[in-house]
Design a protein around this ligand. Sequence first.
Ligand code: ATP
Length: 242
Amino acid sequence: MTYSVTFTNASYSYGKKPAVRDVTATIAPGTITGLLGRNGSGKSTLAMMMCGHLKARGTVLVDGDSPWENPTIMPNAALVSDATSIFLDSKLARTHELWRALRPHWSEDLYRELMDQWGLRERDTYSSLSRGQQSAFTAALGLASRSPLTIFDEVHLGMDVVVRHEFYDTMLAEFVNHPRTIVLSSHLVGEIENLVSDVLILDRGTVAAAGAADDVRAAHGTDGTHASLTDVLISLTGRTKK
Ligand SMILES: Nc1ncnc2c1ncn2[C@@H]1O[C@H](COP(=O)(O)OP(=O)(O)OP(=O)(O)O)[C@@H](O)[C@H]1O
């Protein structure tokens, strides 16, 4: 099951401070979309708007419906980030129970396999884990949720290179075997370059580029070559002194 996301003039401000401004873009169902941009460009805010955690101005539609206070969409739209629903000082088992109860497409087998693979124990508390172990745990929750819209927002933080690559491999295998819409936000642009089919690049809260990753890379290449996504980002969002 896969969800589309459509933004039409979607905005969000924290008090008077605009974080996302007039975003009009589409995330196609059944794609892996890289949500990219500089620090503070609005990626996490946009991710929270998609999952119904923040009430946007303008229109945000997930599978054709507003996600805000929507009891059908919200359980099927998982945001995996620092702000993910986690009991900090309870055993991981408790958070596991919560996710299993809330996520209709939950895979217990995949969860167990990843916990085992990443050496995580249900009796430990989240707050007792290292930064990388915390990320591995949240990644396991997001992958096992098999949510039709799954957003991984900086989920790699602190993960060692082996766990990161195991995460990427599992994500791709899951994507092939159980199609869903995945949004991957990361500053490790070179690492995720070959994982994403589409990109949505934000600059200071607005859309700098969106669409098929190859088209965006071609548009920024020279002499028929494709630019790397890193070069695209630098070109679109770098602030050169004149
Ligand atoms: N809770 C908040 N209260 C006030 N301002 C906020 C809050 N969260 C984010 N902002 C502001 O909104 C803007 C966008 O922040 P956001 O976290 O969405 O960006 P980001 O692209 O995810 O950044 P990063 O890559 O650094 O994580 C920033 O200017 C930030 O300071």
